[in-house]
Design a protein around this ligand. Structure first.
Ligand code: NAD
Length: 250
């Protein structure tokens, strides 16, 4: 018996990194998974790696409301229900105070905040009672990496979403939690700054700041998401769970 037998899950930004590792983890525990992403090539590769019998990939941009409606329709037609949402898609970036542009602000909030809101809201009618919703925030909710105020603010918004939605959905026993990863070995970490050199220096600094003294792996985050998605966390709702090698504590 898998921990997610007969469950249907939806993961945004599922073509690579933490989203893909979570899709693999969910499928290995018996779930059927819908993933969305903006990168068609990587979506195709993800389906190939996981196997068509367990996954449907849909090209969709979380910042576009009409694309969420399309996703809703596909899930409704194929499975008619949902048990787990992992609102994972997000973008990172840096821009120091003094030179923050309106375009940068809008893009960050459109993907990281509006994207998460409509990921959840547009499929709510498909969600079973007792479902689990997990939002992917960041250690940046409580730390202040240089020039990251906008990214940090978008991620802090997700903590508020989780706390409020946990209350809004309590009558249906739907649990809503946030995970906040530290430095994780994905493309995002290594492309954080505008040059490879600055990104590497940042990754080294943040890694040194962890208690465990190393970068985390996507599957270590995926296993935490699995815990929050499964019945193992049945009495946990509204929390922010750090998956950060101890960085939040020092
Ligand atoms: P990643 O870049 O490996 O994967 C992100 C995926 O999201 C990509 O496949 C990308 O194509 C997709 N995506 C980007 N914009 C999208 C959009 N508008 N609509 C749909 N899909 C979109 O990065 P990752 O590290 O796996 O990041 C996943 C989440 O984890 C993000 O929300 C990120 O903020 C969070 N996070 C990552 C780290 C880290 O160190 N890697 C740390 C803290 C939080």
């Amino acid at each position: 018996m898998g921990k997610l037998d007969r469950k249907v899950a939806y993961i945004t930004g599922g073509a690579e990194g933490i989203g893909f590792a979570t899709a693999q983890q969910f499928v290995s525990e018996g779930a059927y998974v819908f993933i969305t992403d903006i990168n068609q090539e990587k979506l195709d590769l993800a389906v190939e790696r996981i196997g068509k019998q367990s996954i449907t990939a849909i090209k969709a941009d979380v910042s576009k409301l009409d694309e969420h409606r399309h996703v809703h329709n596909v899930i409704k037609k194929e499975k008619g229900k949902l048990d787990i949402i992992f609102a994972n898609a997000g973008i990172a970036g840096t821009m120091p105070l003094g030179s923050i542009t309106e375009q940068y602000f809008d893009e960050m909030f459109n993907v990281n905040v509006k994207g998460v809101l409509f990921t959840v809201q547009e499929v709510l009618p498909l969600l079973n009672d007792g479902a689990s919703i997990i939002l992917n925030a960041s250690i940046a909710t409580i730390k202040g990496p240089p020039a990251s105020s906008i990214y940090s603010a978008t991620k802090a918004a997700l903590r508020s979403f989780a706390r409020s939605w946990a209350v809004d959905l309590k009558s249906r026993q739907i649990r809503v939690n946030t995970i906040s990863p530290g430095p994780i070995d994905t493309a995002m970490l290594w492309n954080m700054y505008d040059t490879e050199e600055k990104s590497k220096a940042f990754a080294e600094r943040i890694t040194t700041a962890t208690v465990l003294g190393r970068v985390g792996q996507a599957d270590e985050v995926a296993r935490t998401v699995l815990f929050l998605a499964s019945n193992d966390s049945s009495y946990i709702t509204g929390i922010e769970l750090f998956v950060d090698g101890g960085i939040a504590q020092i």
